[in-house]
Design a protein around this ligand. Sequence first.
Ligand code: FEO
Ligand code: CA
Ligand code: CA
Ligand code: CA
Length: 652
Amino acid sequence: SSGMAKTPLALAFESIAGSRSDAVVVPPGYTAQVLVPWGTPLDDSAPEWSEDLTMTPQAQAASVGMHHDGMHPFALDESTASERFLLVMNNEYIDENALWAPQGGPTNMTEGKRPADEVRTEINAHGVTVVEVKKGADGRWSHVKGSAHNRRYTSATPMHLSGPVAGSDYVKTRYSPGGTQARGTNNNCAHGYTPWGTYLTCEENWPAYFVKNEGRTLDDDRLGIASGRGRYGWETAAGDDSERDDEFTRLIGDPVADDASGDYRNEPRQFGYIVEIDPYTGRQAIKRTALGRFRHEGCWPGKLVAGEPVVFYSGHDSRNEYIYKFVSEAAWDPADAIAPGAEADRLAIGDKYMDSGTLYVARFNADGSGEWLPLTPDASTQDGRTLAEALELDADDLAGVIIHTCDAADLMGATPMDRPEWGAVDPSTGEVYMTLTNNSKRTEDGTEATLTGDGDNITALGNGYATAPVNAANPRANNEAGQIIRWREGSDATAFDWEVFVFGAAASDQNNLSGLTADNEFASPDGLYFDERGDGQGILWIQTDNGYEGVTESTNDQVLAVVPAELERADGAAAVISGANQDKLKRFCVGPNGCEVTGIFPTPDKTALFINIQHPGNWPASDDATQASDASVRPRAATVVIQREDGGQIGV
Ligand code: FEO
Ligand code: CA
Ligand code: CA
Ligand code: CA
């Protein structure tokens, strides 16, 4: 078009070799700096980190949390957005041996009572960290200790409930008899962000923290609420039944009163949501129940169109669980795209777009078409009953459908997926990518279970226990290496088209369907980011969280890059990436031993790429992420800032 030819985007680095070391590896000409590792003090009330520091509840509440995962930058001013911002980061869970290293490990982890202050410390190591970071004149990044913006949200921080479930009988507790308040957020894995400048944190593997031995409900079983002992035994710190001390007893959901508002049976129903945080004000966070209740990996906004609804995508990371989308009732008003740092009631805008709308679940048909199936009380299930009838709910009980989101999805005939993890949206095409990380419960014929949506067997499904047969979108039995799927919305809210973008594999695998080689073999894709670079082009960054031996024997977890606009799908290929074009997928970075690589975004000027290293084995040895230690290191999850020595843009 009239001399404005678009410049083809191409990756300007060679694929790096696989690596198995206690160091981060990046291409020649790149640096990698450790930033805000676990235990970094946010203000002067917390002690400086040392290898022999014994963490306390107070110190951990004022320090960066553990096990960094999804994260997003929030600029304080548009003009300095690439040099200074609020880094908002999930702290998914803990490595109790690293946390309690000075004392030789946790006390009574598997039996007996946990000490209350150990539990309080662990509760404070979970959640979300907000920390101001800035780039110095020397190009190095640091955090702003004592910034008024620095803040923690933990597994005990009070939060609002909003949307259809708020105020319903399902969430009335002794703590909140009106069912409008919850305490804490847990296992915040991937994340999301909104066009109005808020952070979304997503509750993933929270069910194992609650214990219920009596009075279990359909949703307790479906989601995997623990019995016996919780994941870290936090509930054992509770006093005797007579005391019913609310701080830890809330984790024990056995009914003890006549009425739900007299006990803790509904506490688990305050979890499983997308939680909206305004990082600029620190106002009480809001659990947005309209977006469904399950093990949310993350939450990503779709392409924005003025006058059209706002869409959010979310996956349920469990074997044979589903992909969802939420479509707002309100139409998008571009005036709600609040500028970075500007004063506004951002959570009120969240009320407008995230509390009313329709939740859908995806069915992937074999012919490449797809359907979004509505999860409303009057939706017609596969056997012709309404969802309300099939779930034995009142005819207009939307809160009940949301509490039972996964069972409702079964009944509608959704497609069980290979563990949906992160999504990413190409902002120019609106195409959505989502990682399907792996699935050990996928078989050729699905003999152990039939996912027919029959209301009689729904308790047998879900929670990663049910086996499902292969299907077109999840075609490999015992899928150890995973795949990335891509879809584009159709002409109305309920139709889409899909294809597999790439299949993970070891280069030597027989079912290496994308023809990967030693230069780009990967398994268990997890983190994902679409990095727009103009002219309708961008880099898709892929991160891994792999336990598949075929790949772990040659490399640790990694970051790969590909420019999707460069790729043409070969005739008859199983995926967009195949042997004909696989060399366009390049390995950019490899993490240290024991870690997964997660959490990713570039600065707006593209000169720095931020990633997170979670659960490393013996790292970091120093501020230089690329240095390994000869000695043993108390491991700390950390953010890593990757930059070029010449200050240029990452990747190109
Ligand atoms: Fe916490 Fe699904 O990864
Ligand atoms: Ca993780
Ligand atoms: Ca993940
Ligand atoms: Ca994972």
